[in-house]
Design a protein around this ligand. Sequence first.
Ligand SMILES: Nc1nc2c(ncn2[C@@H]2O[C@H](COP(=O)(O)OP(=O)(O)OP(=O)(O)O)[C@@H](O)[C@H]2O)c(=O)[nH]1
Ligand SMILES: [Mg+2]
Length: 448
Amino acid sequence: MDTIAAIATPAGVGGIGVIRISGPDAARVLTACTDLCRVPEPRRLVFCRVLSGEERVEEGLAVYFPGPHSYTGEDSAELQVHGGPVNTRLTLQAVLSAGARMAQPGEFTRRAFENGRLDLSQAEAVMDLIDASSRKSALISLDQLDGALGRRIRETRESLLDLLARIEAALDYAEEAFLDLDPDELKSDIRGRIAVLEELLASARTARIYREGVRVTLAGLPNAGKSSLLNALTGQDRAIVTAVPGTTRDTLDSEVEADGVRYLITDTAGLRDTQDPVEKIGVERAKNAIRAGQLTLFLADASQAPDGEAVSLWNGLEEPRLLLASKWDVSVLRLDTLRDAFPGSDPLPVSAKTGEGLKELWDRIAEVCQVRQISGHEAVLTRERHVDCVRRALDSLRQAAQALDDGFPADIAADELRRAWHELGAITGDTVDEDIIDRIFEKFCLGK
Ligand SMILES: Nc1nc2c(ncn2[C@@H]2O[C@H](COP(=O)(O)OP(=O)(O)OP(=O)(O)O)[C@@H](O)[C@H]2O)c(=O)[nH]1
Ligand SMILES: [Mg+2]
């Protein structure tokens, strides 16, 4: 194993720049590229000058982490120098001249994984934490880094092994022991594992919502109050509001965070047949925005009688959709009237003017989008890769249960259980191909 080095801080100017070194030669490299005559005490910062040959190129702090108690599990060191692009590069050069080689992206974390310091899901959490775009998704990654997902997967795999052992023992001593193997009990154990995995799958949806946010589109006839509602929901004076129908021509996105979730709310042009070429394009864009969104809020103006055109637009909308009785402060209708006029609706009264109903609207949005609060230390599937593994494991478990239901011999079920065990192992990296590991780590940044 060779000794690797890289600049760990982002390119550019900053307070400090960190050069990381890891591998069996870390101590020797550190003393060779500095004026330190011996390795510093473990985990103690010491002042040093960085040397290139005899020449001083930088000065800063050095720290040494002997393995296995380091990030990578190997002997490691760090040099903290001034955070400029030229001097950090000079320092790296000095480290490389002292015998280290340039690290590949993600190579430090890959070594941590290969040395058993992190399982694969934790290594992925490191990257997700760095990439987190909201407070909540950062916290989810932190729990995963703590090992919450890995623990849940390992428990499930253990219990599958138990089941397998019971089946195999029964098969080995077929005649007398087969009686010990109560198929109903076996089935109910398998069902228990299925429930655990189904719960995990549901968590993936939540994680995705926290990571990517939710796109909500406002739609309705011209003048229904869409732009006013956009402004009210985001608390900004974002969209132009006038009493003239057809005010909004283009789509307009505005972002707002509610309960830790980022919502991208899109205001659109009022939907109507029009000869105006600009408005025509606007209506086309509105339709595209409705298709691209995850939820449509359809505004029906409650200050006038229900409009047949609005009803047919509502009927053409795909789920999930919510009907809002807009301008409720000047309503001339009862909610029941709207409910009857718009089939399949459960209208929610709102007023952009007074703010009435907005709190309820946020609650309904969260409910329809199935935003679930995540408590701390919960096992959550954060990546498509995990989701695929769990789906395949679930398939196998269902097949196993089915095989027992159909009265097939228990070794058929055992094959499926083994497959599920294998699939789940790919999440933690216990059973995974080298090329998948390559693909995961090549997406890491340099120095991580
Ligand atoms: N009283 C009352 N008036 C409202 C409310 N919301 C909107 N309005 C009025 O309704 C008119 C149209 O509002 P907009 O928000 O521009 O409606 P829109 O759906 O964006 O209209 P277009 O962009 O033309 O499609 C304006 O005169 C608003 O002041 C409300 O909650 N209460
Ligand atoms: Mg508008």
